[in-house]
Design a protein around this ligand. Structure first.
Ligand code: ADP
Length: 362
């Protein structure tokens, strides 16, 4: 990627300064000296500013907010908590094979992803592999919880019947419920509508040590809201940038963000809606409004393409999961969560001092 370096564009222009200083007559020389001095001052100011910024960033790295256990350990000279600056040192893992990660800064279209893809996975082997991934998630979650320093936010978006509920149920099976919070976001309440659009999501972002799951999310405010025209265009348009800023804030505060878009085809949605209609045990899941929403399939596609393109960032990229085959979808998502937790490298806090030799009284 050839980007213009902001520093180069703003900084002093050495070529120009030299040219002025070498001009012949005295007047010009004085002028040249003045320009030189000005440039020197400017350079000093920039260096000072850069040093300050560097010191600020270092402070965040060297003294991350930590749990009581980590603070005690640091006091006792037993080591500090892991770095809390995943934005500078991203703790992201590559998505599992089969998943398409949207390259930040590029135009993406869901039409380019085959919803039937399985990433070369084999159905027969997938069951055992999924069990292994759940075990990895379980073990790493225990450490994340004990470490009590960082968190993981997993966001799920999809069209109706896309499989958000089923994926969450399958992938998080075995996770300690105490360390996990799942939030489903519905039509906002009157109280929520009185606040800024991110208010309800920010309030539910996972605290230290927790895995948070958003079943639907802040993206609804550029999806359903856009498709149904619930706010003026200028309002939803400015939300992409606000969402990126919000996710950056969470990231810099120690939250790793994983965003999954479950991608099904229009034919698959038809089959799933029909299955819900045919099976009385699934009637509770059938909402006649889903049929109206299906008529807006293309408008949703456009809104998804825009959200995935504009809000895939280096610190919180979008992962598009081919989701027609549930068994493949579950394994791809579970593997990516396990790999991400592993990359985060949570650690049990060091033991308190003086435990050796302690006896539990009768
Ligand atoms: P789900 O389909 O997720 O299982 P529901 O059937 O209860 O759950 O649907 C929740 C509904 O809430 C969806 O139609 C969704 O579009 C809507 N919704 C979620 N967030 C918003 C929002 N910010 N503004 C308007 N509608 C929203």
């Amino acid at each position: 990627m050839s980007k213009t370096n902001g520093k180069d564009a703003d900084g002093p222009e050495p070529g120009k300064i030299r040219e002025t200083a070498s001009q012949g007559d005295a007047g010009h020389r004085t002028k040249g000296k003045e320009t030189e001095k000005k440039a020197e001052k400017k350079a000093k100011r920039s260096a000072k500013k850069a040093a300050k910024q560097e010191a600020r960033t270092r402070r965040l790295d060297d003294h991350p907010p930590s749990s009581a256990a980590w603070a005690r350990a640091a006091d006792a000279g037993m080591g500090t908590a892991p770095s809390l600056s995943p934005h500078r040192h991203p703790r992201l893992a590559r998505a599992a094979p089969g998943i398409v990660t949207v390259e930040p800064g590029t135009r993406f279209a869901l039409a380019s992803v085959d919803a039937d893809a399985t990433g070369g996975l084999d159905k027969a082997e997938a069951k055992a592999a999924l069990a292994d991934e759940r075990e990895r998630i379980k073990a790493l979650q225990e450490k994340l919880y004990a470490e009590h320093a960082r968190s993981l936010l997993v966001v799920f978006q999809a069209i109706d019947t896309g499989g958000k509920d089923g994926t969450i149920r399958s992938v998080l099976e075995g996770v300690n419920p105490q360390g996990c919070r799942v939030w489903s976001f519905k039509v906002p309440s009157a109280e929520e509508l009185d606040q800024d659009f991110l208010w309800r999501y920010h309030a539910r972002a996972p605290g230290r040590g927790l895995i948070g799951v958003f079943n639907r999310s802040h993206y609804e405010d550029v999806l359903v809201v856009r498709v149904k025209g619930l706010v003026p265009e200028e309002t939803w348009r400015e939300r992409y940038g606000l969402i990126n800023d919000f996710e950056r804030l969470l990231t810099l505060s120690g939250t790793t963000i994983l965003k999954f878009f479950l991608h099904i085809s229009k034919d698959e949605q038809k089959e799933r809606l029909e299955a819900r209609l045919e099976d009385p045990d699934k009637h509770w899941k059938f909402d006649p409004a889903d049929l109206t929403e299906r008529k807006s399939w293309d408008a949703y596609r456009t809104a998804f393409d825009d959200a995935l393109s504009r809000c895939s960032t280096p610190y919180a990229p979008w992962h598009v999961v081919p989701a027609n085959r549930k068994w493949a979808r579950n394994l791809m998502v579970a593997r990516t969560i396990a790999d991400t937790l592993e990359a985060m490298d949570p650690r049990f806090p060091p033991a308190r001092e003086g435990l050796a030799g302690l006896k539990v009284p009768d």
